[in-house]
Design a protein around this ligand. Structure first.
Ligand code: SAH
Ligand code: SF4
Length: 415
């Protein structure tokens, strides 16, 4: 499919309907064009686009750059939610801005806090089509001792159909706009009281890292993800360094080089299998971009080095991809790539045919990989009680029945 771009004034996105699953398609098809609201939010526009918008409402050319810098600071350093808060901007100007724009972020419709401190927000986004229900996405905050990671979504649902992923079963898909992606970080900072003037007593920020590992395939929404991450990493604004941002892809090979070249963030690859035959089944985009091409793209990734390793994610599926033979092939395959391996215990969902590998098998696999010289942490599942763990995100757009939810929670908590 064509990645959808979002430009100021003509925000364009798509949503998709799944086809019948008899011969499961690689990708679902985009159907919808999204029309932006009459009074658009300035969140998600580049500095240049803000200058353009100021010109459109009649701000004098000599003032535009200075005003855009003030706006940038208020939006992205101070987290202002209204123009009225922006006290360094003249009152008349604030009134004028208010007439034409907002600094709105996605609406939070629910917040859940896990007993391990993980927080999940359900966000509502306009559908853009009259009569069509609003879309929803999820965004998850994972506090750890030395960092706080925000897991951000790039699409409502996902056009791909990985067989072990709950998001992949979702029927509707729409690309998020840059504002909706940046907006997730802003919502987290709002809810956690994590803006510059509301810092925690020791001055540490709570959201220190971002992972593009929520719903969706970020490299199938490349332009919007790039524009958003350039804003997130801007050091006069939100200021999260590129080394603290990781983009995870199932392997959209043509956009991997562009990720390093145009965004410069850390890369994670959803590998999950070391043979094409099995990967075709688990991560069907492998039929389009098989392992050899994927690994070559990793070798060519701009900026990869010993200090900036590529993460290979590997979900542990009992009896499917978790043998020592697989571990050996994995080590062999990654030779010559600056790599680290992240083993993810499978998180179950209702109707899945997979089970998580037994713990001692995960340990054996991890030990083999570790002894071969790779760091191989096992990702601790977080927020399972609120269905916030990897692969459990699925928006309310397609509501699970109460019974399904209870079953899912029970599965997640007991295995
Ligand atoms: N679409 C992107 C990013 C989002 S998914 C990608 O596929 O890389 C983030 C990670 O969670 C991916 O590695 C994905 O394969 C993994 N994942 C998906 N479903 C999972 C599940 N049920 N249990 C564990 N990990 C899962
Ligand atoms: Fe999409 Fe990633 Fe899930 Fe695959 S694993 S269906 S690419 S979200």
């Amino acid at each position: 499919m064509t990645p959808v771009s979002a430009e100021a004034g003509s925000i364009d996105a798509s949503h998709v309907h799944a086809l019948p699953q008899a011969d499961a398609p690689l990708e679902k098809i985009a159907l919808e064009t999204y029309v932006p609201p009459a009074k658009p939010s300035l969140i998600g526009l580049s500095r240049g686009e803000i200058v353009e918008q100021l010109g459109r409402i009649g701000v004098a050319p000599a003032q535009r750059k200075m005003r855009s810098q003030q706006l940038w600071h208020w939006m992205y350093v101070r987290g202002a939610r209204e123009f009225q808060e922006m006290s360094s901007i003249s009152k008349d100007m604030r009134v004028e801005l208010e007439k034409h724009f907002t600094v709105a972020r996605p609406e939070v419709v629910a917040e859940q806090i896990s007993n391990d401190g993980t927080r999940k927000w359900l966000l509502r986004l306009p559908s853009g089509t009259e009569g069509e229900k609003a879309h929803e996405v999820e965004c998850v905050y994972i506090p750890e001792t030395d960092r706080g990671t925000l897991c951000v979504s790039s699409q409502v649902g996902c056009t791909l159909t990985c067989s072990f992923c709950h998001t992949g079963t979702q029927r509707l898909v729409r690309n998020l706009t840059p504002g909706e992606i940046v907006g997730q970080i802003m919502v987290a900072r709002d809810r956690l009281n994590d803006w510059a003037d509301r810092e925690t007593p020791n001055g540490n920020r709570l959201v220190t890292n971002v992972v593009m590992m929520g719903m969706g395939e970020p490299l199938y929404n490349f332009d919007a993800v790039r524009d958003a991450l350039l804003i997130v990493s801007d050091n006069e604004g939100i200021g999260i360094s590129r080394r603290r941002i990781t983009l995870s892809t199932s392997g959209v090979v043509p956009n991997i080089f562009r990720t390093g070249d145009e965004i410069g963030v850390m890369l994670a690859i959803s590998l999950h299998a070391v043979r094409d035959e099995l990967r075709n089944e688990l991560v069907p985009i492998n039929k389009k971009y098989p392992l050899a091409e994927l690994l070559q793209a990793c070798r060519d990734y701009p900026g990869a080095s010993n200090a900036r390793r590529i993460t290979f994610e590997y979900v542990m599926l009992k009896g499917v991809n978790d043998s020592l033979e697989d571990a050996k092939l994995l080590v062999k395959m990654l030779k010559g790539i600056h790599a680290k391996i992240n083993l993810i215990p499978f998180n179950p969902w209702p109707g899945t045919k997979y089970e998580c590998s037994d713990w001692d098998q995960i340990e054996k696999f991890s030990e083999y990989v570790f002894n071969a010289g790779y760091s191989s942490p096992v990702r601790t599942p977080r927020g399972r009680d609120i269905l916030a763990a990897c692969g459990q995100l699925k928006s309310e757009t397609e509501k699970l029945s109460a019974r399904e939810r209870a079953a899912l929670r029970a599965m997640a908590m007991t295995d």
